[in-house]
Ligand binder design. Structure first.
Ligand SMILES: [Zn+2]
Length: 157
């Protein structure tokens, strides 16, 4: 390694090196908690962002390093959305649970349950959710999407 490394053109890397989408800053405790052991071993930077692009394999990126879905110990909701993928990582609520709930009641009890648990400070989003922040926005989004699909099916077919 030379001593005069070329100055990085990405000294303030805010967008994903793979897909170019802007990423959200995550606390390093999230990476420490969710990266697999070999990924943890090669993690050398101290600031990373989260890429939420569904088709992009990169989960976290720094200036010159990045980590992909196969290096994260849990499925990433935004990128690996199967029915069994967690939506609320803290309380183990899956995408399919929320979808079911969204279609059986108008006032989804799961959403209320998560809301009150968050309010009571019982969540651990920064340690458990790969995006490092609360899932409530995602929950609302899944509920909205599930109802939209149902309404379209009712109106059409
Ligand atoms: Zn990306």
């Amino acid at each position: 390694m030379g001593c005069c490394a070329a100055p990085s053109t990405h000294s303030n890397q805010t967008s994903c090196p793979k897909c170019g989408q802007a990423g959200k800053k995550v606390d390093e405790v999230t990476l420490k908690s969710l990266l697999g052991s070999s990924a943890l071993e090669r993690r050398s930077e101290t600031a990373h962002r989260f890429c939420s692009t569904p088709s992009c394999p990169v989960v976290y990126f720094g200036i010159s390093e990045s980590f992909t879905t196969d290096e994260v110990t849990v499925p990433v909701f935004q990128k690996q959305p199967g029915p069994g993928t967690p939506l609320c990582y803290c309380f183990g609520i899956k995408i399919e649970d929320v979808q079911k709930d969204a279609l059986t009641t108008d006032q989804p009890s799961i959403e209320q349950r998560i809301q009150s648990l968050v309010k009571a400070d019982r969540c651990a989003c920064e340690l458990r959710n790969p995006q490092g922040s609360c899932c409530l926005g995602d929950v609302k989004e899944v509920i909205r999407a599930a109802r939209k699909t149902r309404d379209r099916e009712l109106a059409g077919a």
